[in-house]
Design a protein around this ligand. Structure first.
Ligand code: RM4
Ligand code: MN
Length: 399
């Protein structure tokens, strides 16, 4: 290898050694659309089996050492036992995702609902998620709401916002001392006319009313088409309010496709904002924030085999992050300073156009990992073993 190639391997190494990726428990279960769920053989039947799958992904990739849970889908009798089970397999319990969108009572909303009784029920559920965080050692409680209205005039925007803030303040008080609350926005769906937490501005200002440890979750699939997500990321970092990501990709709506599968250049541009913040010399708000940002995948694998898809997604993110690590920042800043539009843009393109796969393979080999985790998994017999062993019982899905 040439000296520059050696240097490049060192530069992308943090994508193997430092990037912490979280996988979602629901990505291992059966999923589909409102039209059809296509079940797959070998899918986990219990949260413990989901943890086993996450641990397998961690073993093959060397990263992705935490798994996010969704309550009540992942409810178990003894959460500390689940956390211990995970620990023994080299993974930890990540974000606890609340679910206030699948109960009859939530037809008109949850934390924003006009009825105090329904709000109470939703608050208690999320307070319970805080308790689960305590029991599992998780440091994140995530709130995504299906709240909104379908028709103009159905309810009052400001009243609903007030109920939301008051409800979140109550929940915030129940967070474990070292935990953060993430508020996730989404432009529309399930509500079609207005959504209560529809964009980053709403999420940010609500978080500011709630407390310092309330931060925004950016689900990459939750924007209108054409929205500049990396710009949102930059500003949230500057405010110290970027909690984490729900990474996935989309072509149209909230498609939950594999991260980097439709628009890898966008993923690169997002990573570029994070890498720049991490490179800040002084301990800026943005740098501290970037150091704590959670990279979670929020994906569903409806037609593709799940475990290989999760592994591929982890690799996609590592590739985008590596390209961002290759951006020549001094050259970029010099070009910006001189107002050299084409040079500045060229610096980004040069990094993006680099084939980082051989570099990542090298870095993995150095770390004692398979050079291609995806192929290594396919050849390992793990998939066949799952299909043989996981017969009977009920495969897990969105219930
Ligand atoms: C929502 C949102 C949440 C996820 C659920 C399953 O659209 O993205 O993050 O928990 O779906
Ligand atoms: Mn999400």
């Amino acid at each position: 290898m040439t000296a520059t190639a050696v240097d490049s391997v060192a530069r992308i190494a943090p994508a193997i050694s430092q990037l912490e990726i979280e996988t979602p428990s629901w990505g291992y279960g059966n999923s589909g659309t409102r039209f059809k769920v296509f079940p797959q053989p070998g899918v986990p039947r219990t949260p413990f089996e989901k943890v086993e799958d996450a641990a397998t992904v961690a073993r093959f990739t060397g990263v992705a050492k935490s798994i996010a849970l969704h309550i009540p889908w992942d409810r178990v009798e003894d959460f500390s036992a689940l956390a211990a089970f995970a620990r023994e397999r080299g993974v930890r319990i990540g974000g606890i995702n609340s679910n206030t969108f699948q109960d009859e009572d939530y037809k008109l909303g949850s934390l924003c609902h006009p009825s105090l009784a329904v709000r109470r029920k939703a608050i208690e559920h999320i307070v319970d998620c805080c308790e689960i965080a305590r029991q599992t050692g998780s440091t994140v409680v995530k709130v995504w709401l299906g709240d909104g209205t379908n028709y103009p005039g159905q309810d009052d925007f400001r009243s609903r916002r007030q109920r939301l803030i008051a409800s979140l303040q109550e929940i915030y008080a129940a967070l474990p001392a070292n935990a953060r609350m993430f508020l996730e926005y989404k432009v529309y769906e399930p509500a079609f006319y207005h959504t209560d937490v529809q964009d980053w501005g709403q999420a940010l200002t609500v978080c500011q009313h709630v407390g310092e440890r309330a931060q925004v979750c950016v689900d990459t699939g939750h924007h209108a088409m054409g929205v500049n997500i990396e710009q949102i990321v930059a500003y949230l970092l500057q405010e110290g309010r970027l909690g984490g990501f729900d990474l996935n990709d989309k072509k149209y709506g909230d498609d939950d496709l594999m991260v980097g599968s439709i628009d890898p250049y966008q993923l690169f541009r997002i990573c570029h904002e994070l890498v720049k913040a991490l490179a800040d010399r002084d301990a800026s708000v943005a740098r501290t924030n970037a150091e704590q940002t959670v990279y979670m995948l929020d994906q569903c694998h409806n037609i593709e085999p799940k475990m290989p898809a999760v592994i591929r997604s982890v690799m996609n993110l590592q590739e985008a992050f590596s390209k961002a690590l290759l951006v020549d920042l001094p050259a970029l800043y010099a070009a910006q300073e001189q107002g050299d539009v084409l040079e500045a843009n060229g610096v980004l393109k040069d990094a993006y156009d680099t084939d980082v796969r051989p570099l990542l393979a090298q870095a993995r080999a150095r770390a004692g990992l398979a050079e291609d985790p995806y192929r290594a998994y396919l050849q390992s017999g793990e998939q066949e073993r799952r299909m043989e062993e996981r017969v009977g019982g009920v495969a897990m899905g969105w219930q």
